[in-house]
Write a new protein. Structure first.
Length: 87
């Protein structure tokens, strides 16, 4: 979400006035729709669950693609990763 807000922030004209900077920051954050915020939060939660299960970053990406519809990882995820050769 922060990357999206920064992208929007960069579209505003540069300024060194503190009030303008604060206003642009609040407008940037406020312009991100709630469904998009929820999507970012869900994605982050998914990766936190993968890391909690001991997966590396590469393994977490693979698991996210394979188990996209699931809310959490399967308990035997490490066995699945070994079968696929992503250990």
């Amino acid at each position: 979400m922060w990357g999206q807000a920064k992208s929007i922030y960069r579209t505003y004209p540069p300024s060194s006035c503190e009030e303008d900077l604060e206003s642009n920051t609040l407008q940037s954050l406020g312009s991100i729709p709630l469904p998009m915020m929820r999507k970012f939060a869900t994605h982050s939660q998914w990766f936190m669950d993968a890391y909690k299960h001991g997966l590396s970053g590469r393994q977490a990406v693979w698991a996210e693609k394979k188990y996209r519809g699931h809310q959490v990882l399967l308990l035997n995820i490490l066995e699945e990763l070994e079968k696929e050769g992503i250990v």
